[in-house]
Ligand binder design. Structure first.
Ligand SMILES: Cc1cc2nc3c(=O)[nH]c(=O)nc-3n(C[C@H](O)[C@H](O)[C@H](O)COP(=O)(O)OP(=O)(O)OC[C@H]3O[C@@H](n4cnc5c(N)ncnc54)[C@H](O)[C@@H]3O)c2cc1C
Ligand code: SF4
Length: 483
């Protein structure tokens, strides 16, 4: 612990977001730079606790007090070594992770927690700019071939681990570019795509092969995949979305979030589904909904309203969700700040009853009703029905699991009680040599869990192929967040 009084002398500080009226005119990341002296003070707040609960909060088991200390001592090169020891892609988590580590930080019991995520991202950004992130090429090859199906964070983490262990790894992706939801789900203003491209450059130089626009199960059958590869990792995500089957659902202008966001991520200015001049309603109060808000605002929407069926969460940790659990709190994401009237445009405890036709098959309005809490089963409150204008609606109500199409059917994998692909503790499915990692096995989750699963599944594959492994195994498939 470099500074025994750091947590007493420095307050928590994060970089500023760029002014709203400036940032909504472009698609760049919203945060300003954070000068190194300020970051050093943030790292100095770490108390180097005897039992660092932040380790348990982070599914990757990131060695947080170690790199806080190294940053405080200006040993950035050693800091990135320690960070990469547990996390393949800190540039993704440092920008996108909701930071369950910070919810578990001991300082957070009675003060603001250490700004762990900010320290993480500054370490990796500096490492890239200093040229310290170089290919880690395997010293010997095993001659074993591994197929990774799906190029989100789980597939990429597994691929990097297995390539470095000496296997020949091919990553298949049905989209036209690598990255999974990092590429076509999460908007540029949260993480610029150049961060993915920079990491892929390293992975290609290490020997990982990428094949895009290949829908596995269709363009290459499950049988061919088994013949051509010694092991397979399924990391196709939980892409089956939850729908809202109310009257008017099939009207033009009503889209799933993952129909709306990918084209906007491909062509920022001229997406074919464009919110320019439209009244936009986003159904679903989570991160995906916030991504739709920020995108619609940048496209020039006339108004944006976000609807959520749950009541508004509390601003601070409620008694029922004590430290070190990860609480559900009222969040002010950058996209929420950008809403014209601030929080007024977020409407809680409402349920959509109908999409209203303008007479031509296009949605013109949305009918909603105020509801009681979840205990009552969201019972509608009589007399609260109303209509709001809606020319473009995005459904951001989550995902129910993996698509049970040609790939999974062709392989003959079994599912767990929630409809996700079932696996044993080595991440192997019921099919010998076929493994599963990330949202496809866990259900809709977070990037940090996907990376942790990809790393753990890689160790299962390595042992399956060679009889032993030195690869890390950060989490059991049954591990769950501290809630
Ligand atoms: C809009 C949105 C925003 C999000 N924001 C955040 C955030 O800010 N922070 C956070 O932690 N989490 C966020 N999440 C969740 C996070 O993105 C996911 O948990 C994570 O990406 C899951 O990783 P994965 O590798 O399992 O799958 P995915 O990232 O879903 O990748 C799966 C890939 O597999 C491909 N694929 C599927 N089937 C096939 C096939 N048969 N052949 C070839 N390819 C196939 C898909 O095209 C896809 O590219 C967000 C999710 C969404 C939808
Ligand atoms: S990956 Fe997420 S949980 Fe882990 S240290 Fe980084 S911000 Fe915290």
């Amino acid at each position: 612990m470099a500074d025994p009084k750091g947590f007493l002398t420095h307050d928590r500080e994060l970089p500023q977001r760029r002014p709203v009226d400036v940032r909504i005119r472009d698609w760049k990341e919203v945060y300003e730079d954070f000068p190194a002296p300020k970051l050093t003070k943030q790292a100095a707040r770490c108390m180097d606790c005897g039992i660092p609960f932040c380790h348990n909060g982070c599914p990757l088991g990131n060695l947080i007090p170690e790199w806080n200390d190294l940053v405080y001592r200006h040993d950035w090169q050693e800091a990135i070594e320690r960070l990469h020891a547990t996390n393949n892609f800190p540039e993704f988590t440092g920008r996108l992770c909701p930071a369950p580590c910070e919810a578990a930080c001991v300082l957070g019991i009675n003060a603001d927690p250490v700004a762990i995520k900010r320290v993480e991202v500054e370490i990796i950004d500096r490492a890239f700019s200093e040229g310290w992130v170089t290919p880690v090429v395997p010293t010997k090859k095993t001659g074993k071939r591994v197929a990774v199906v799906g190029s989100g964070p789980a597939g990429l983490a597994a691929a990097q681990q297995l390539t470095r262990a000496g296997h020949d790894v091919v990553v298949f992706e049905r989209a036209d570019a690598i990255g999974g939801l990092l590429r076509y789900g999460i908007p540029e203003f949260k993480m610029e795509k150049r961060h993915i491209d920079r990491r892929l450059e390293q992975m290609r130089a290490e020997g990982t092969e990428f094949r895009t626009s290949v829908n596995v199960g269709v363009d290459i059958t499950a049988e061919q995949l088994r013949e051509q590869f010694d092991a397979v990792i399924l990391s196709g995500g939980a892409t089956q979305w939850r729908d809202l089957p109310v009257a008017g659902r099939s009207l033009r202008g009503v889209y799933q979030a993952m129909e709306y966001l990918p084209p906007a991520n491909k062509d920022f200015e001229n997406s074919p589904i464009n919110a320019r001049g439209k009244h936009v309603v986003v159904i679903g109060g989570g991160d995906t909904g916030a991504d739709c808000i920020g995108t619609a605002i940048r496209q020039g929407a006339a108004s944006v309203t976000q609807l959520e069926i749950m009541p508004q969460p509390p601003a601070s940790r409620p008694g029922a969700q004590p430290w070190p659990t990860f609480p559900t709190l009222f969040k002010m994401e950058s996209a929420h700040e950008e809403l014209a009237d601030g929080e007024g445009d977020r409407v809680y405890a409402v349920s959509t009853t109908e999409f209203v036709d303008d007479g031509t098959g296009q949605v013109r309005a949305l009918r909603l009703v105020q509801v009681e809490g979840p205990q009552s089963g969201f019972k509608p409150i009589p007399g609260t029905e109303r209509e709001i204008p809606a020319d473009l609606v995005t459904l951001s109500m989550g995902f129910v699991g993996p698509e049970k199409g040609a790939l999974l059917e062709g392989l003959g994998v079994e599912y767990d009680a929630r409809g996700n692909v079932a696996r044993d503790k080595t991440y192997m499915t019921n099919v010998d040599g076929v493994f599963v990692a990330g949202d496809m096995g866990r259900g809709q989750s977070l990037i940090v869990w996907a990376i942790a699963e990809g790393r753990a599944a890689a160790s299962g594959v390595d042992r399956f192929l060679t009889g032993e492994t030195a690869l890390p195994y950060p989490i059991l498939p049954t591990a769950r967040p501290l809630v």
